[in-house]
Ligand binder design. Structure first.
Ligand code: GDP
Ligand code: ZN
Length: 330
């Protein structure tokens, strides 16, 4: 491909209200961009003949509530010189992590938090605080819905002696097939493996404060944790809504990383209740085998294949409880 064609393409690393920091793909420069007015609008095409080559715009709607650009987006921009530019186009996304953004008095809109991610990295600690596995299940379902692989990281391995249940608990996830890394930011155990797992990818770190995310980031790259903490504490982009000052960081060994500060979950966006069992990989194979087929809610129905699998020990009762809890929300 002609490099000239690409010199107007970059990746969104940071956004603060109305401004986007774009790293150019070829030269790696930082451009401070605003959005073209067209991107604030949603173009509505006629639905009658979607294959028509004449994409006549039927209607133009203003989008003023949800930012159309997300961290990780590849964008085309026009260079205005002196490190400034204007984003004119968002290139197709390979993945997106979204959450529902309720707008008072209106319907709920989709808010894309990170696009083009390659890996979701839920972080928990062996102890102090002890893991809440229901929260992990929520993260894993969000990752499955986005069709992204997860890497479960359990930090504070040096405190594992405080949690006699830990081995048994993580075995549940290993059996399902989720990769798990046990690490300690303090002793350095597992840190090299973690770096290997992140290398060359856009990874999204998610976890409650206190599990040692800042310490872990400092362990993989000196100074990184503190920079990210400054972002999540609002020292950068002060006083704004959490998701408006998300920032993506370059890893010096290759790859990029986004922390998701203050976000309990990505929300379960656009997941239908009868889809949920497919997002639990160990349940997916049983869907459709119930007596009531696809209409089974896997609750109290007779002949439910999923409940039978729980009783037979092929599905963890804890994961099944998570399934039932999440299902209530949908
Ligand atoms: P964050 O809120 O997730 O960014 O967590 P911090 O990195 O600020 O760590 C929270 C607390 O856990 C601090 O007191 C850290 O010293 C401690 N901590 C972090 N990693 C480890 C670890 O691997 N082992 C132990 N024992 N403590 C840790
Ligand atoms: Zn069933």
């Amino acid at each position: 491909m002609n490099t000239d064609d690409q010199d107007d393409v970059g990746i969104v690393f940071r956004k603060t209200l109305g401004h986007y920091t774009v790293h150019t793909l070829i030269s790696g420069r930082e451009i401070d961009c605003v959005l073209s007015s067209l991107l604030h609008k949603q173009l509505i095409f006629p639905t009658a003949d979607p294959t028509s080559l004449r994409h006549t715009v039927q209607e133009v709607r203003e989008i003023d509530h949800v930012d159309p650009v997300a961290i990780g987006d590849r964008v085309r921009y026009v260079n205005a010189g002196e490190g400034r530019g204007m984003i004119t186009e968002i290139l197709p996304r390979s993945s997106k992590l979204s959450r529902p953004a309720p707008v008072p008095g209106q319907r709920v809109f989709e808010q894309v938090i990170v696009s083009n991610a390659d890996l979701i990295m839920p972080v928990f600690s062996a102890a102090n605080p002890t893991p809440k596995w229901g929260l992990l299940d929520r993260y894993l379902v969000s990752a499955e819905a986005a069709e992204l692989p997860s890497l479960i990281v359990i930090n504070k391995l040096d405190l594992a002696w405080k949690n006699p249940q830990l081995d048994e608990d993580i075995e549940i996830y290993r059996r399902i097939g989720y990769p798990i890394l046990l690490v300690s930011a303090i002793t350095g155990e597992g840190i090299e493996e973690l770096k290997d797992a992140l290398q060359g990818k856009l990874s999204v770190m998610i976890g409650k404060s206190g599990v040692g995310k800042t310490s872990l980031l400092n362990a993989i790259q000196p100074g990184l944790g503190l920079r990210i903490k400054a972002v999540s504490n609002g020292e950068i982009g002060k006083g704004r809504h959490t998701t408006t000052h998300l920032e993506m960081f370059e890893l010096d060994f290759g790859g990029t990383l986004v922390d998701t500060p203050g976000m309990r979950e990505f929300g379960l966006w656009n997941i239908a209740s009868d889809e949920l069992a497919y997002l639990f990989p160990e349940m997916a194979d049983y869907v459709g085998q119930c007596k009531f087929g696809l209409s089974c809610r896997h609750d109290q129905e007779p002949g439910c294949a999923i409940r039978k699998a729980v009783i037979a020990g092929n599905i963890s009762p804890y994961r099944y409880q998570s399934y039932m809890r999440l299902r209530e929300e949908l």
